[in-house]
Design a protein around this ligand. Sequence first.
Ligand code: CO8
Length: 261
Amino acid sequence: MTGPCAMNYEILKVSEADGVVTVVNSRPQALNALNSRFFAEMGALLKDLAGRGDVKVVVLTGEGKAFAAGADIAEMKDMDSAQGKAFSQLGQGVFQAMEDLPQPVLAAVNGFALGGGCELAMACDVRVASSAAKFGQPEVNLGLTPGYAGTQRLPRLIGPGAALSLLLTGDMIAADEALRLGLVQKVTAPEALMTEVQAMAKKIASKGPKAVRLVKRLVRQGMRADFKTGCGLESELFGSLFGDEGAEGMKAFLEKRPAKW
Ligand code: CO8
């Protein structure tokens, strides 16, 4: 497939099989650094995927030795303050659209995930890393702060102390350390990465499709709300599956047969 939407992709390689869309960030000559074109393509793709009921899971990875080595420094170097702010808002908007996408997004972190690349991974729902992957927020080395919500997502994922230690030193950490900190959920051998992530994607794609989307929505919306509001939403959406997908799932269990979604 050339891509599920009308946009002609130059950077993203998009393929689809059995309800799983795989997106490869593919500008390896610049270590897949995130430029305006990347955000335009990713924004268009997400808009299209959001309306695709047949797409159950999205997998995101990078080509070559990087997942993404950050925002594109060559594009940013001559920006003034207003352009810098706009470039930050552009990236934040696209990453927010990833979080708001109804389908889960799994990051297969194949290599460097630095700066904006680490922020991209953090906007995904689950992160699986190759043992060759490296993570970090090196913006302070460039006299910058993160701009794609890294100062907000990192402490929410690994706590403020661990986040500040990475953000203030700009240190790069290996995949095992990222696993220990809870930044990634699993580490695999480099050659096993895509097989493992595709297997996880297929497993998720086989579950109740409405339940899967609602689980993501509940966690994402709940994390932005207070506990009571999150619980209220959970009861409402839990209830919405009765007389619907949940009825078939429970009937199938009692009849000892696979559910027909
Ligand atoms: N932007 C643009 N080009 C890059 C980037 C980048 N972030 N990273 C690497 N490249 C390019 C290199 O310039 C080089 O190009 P060329 O071959 O033309 O010289 C090519 O990719 C290969 O890179 P290296 O030769 O450096 O490869 P190495 O294997 O020697 O090193 C590293 C790999 C360690 C990953 C190294 O490339 C590096 O340190 N990269 C920069 C990492 C970094 O600082 N990232 C943070 C960028 S800032 C950021 O992400 C802020 C996010 C928020 C922005 C908000 C908007 C305003």
